[in-house]
Ligand binder design. Sequence first.
Ligand SMILES: Cc1cc2nc3c(=O)[nH]c(=O)nc-3n(C[C@H](O)[C@H](O)[C@H](O)COP(=O)(O)O)c2cc1C
Length: 224
Amino acid sequence: MSIRIDKLGYSPKFKYSFLLLIIVVYFDVCKLKRKYKMKFFQQLQIKRRSVRKYTQELLSSDETKLILEAALLSPTSKNKHSWSFIAVEDKDTLKALSVCKPHSAAFVADAAMAVVIAGNPLISNACVEDASIAAINMQMQAEELGIGSCWVQVRSRNYSETITSGEYINDLLNIPMPLEVVCVISFGKKEKERTPADIQNLRWEKVHIDKYEFEPENGDNTEL
Ligand SMILES: Cc1cc2nc3c(=O)[nH]c(=O)nc-3n(C[C@H](O)[C@H](O)[C@H](O)COP(=O)(O)O)c2cc1C
């Protein structure tokens, strides 16, 4: 059943004011929705921090799928998809991954999942960039799901004096040549929420407009 406003017996002035009110409210709601959408990605970026302490909880298969889809949706140079992803959930393998370098990887042992990202330099000479973009996309997707993550640098890192971290992981996970591991991203439910980034304290001195502006030599913000 539909009720038509002109059948309710209100005066034309009331009817037009009512319609006007509806139109104003409609446009205000649209404006608010647009503003919310505009800020949504920034809010996500502010909230994302590297999380290295995880609960025991596992990720659901839907969460894992969304994170891996974020990787596969990532843009790649010349659309060559130079990457491969190895999703690791096995506890012993996570433990073995956590010693791929002497420092800053130990937390991988407690992650619910780690994704090893390898690039193929024979497919693309931008494979490191391709892998890095996929890595951050997975991290942002995880954050949207409330899942913590942290990047573990593998490229140019060493397992021991004679073995690189990449060689160690290739051997551990059966990754064939010429694939080179760029990084490992650990994922897990956050033990606690970290302080968000401070949007009021960004390094705006890193931004130059039109051309690179050198800071005065004795200035506070000298980068050189
Ligand atoms: C290229 C790259 C390599 C990183 N390598 C490591 C690492 O090996 N181990 C680690 O604990 N964190 C690593 N991180 C995380 C950084 O330490 C972290 O992003 C940085 O301190 C800023 O903190 P936030 O992520 O909480 O904003 C790495 C991050 C990037 C982007």
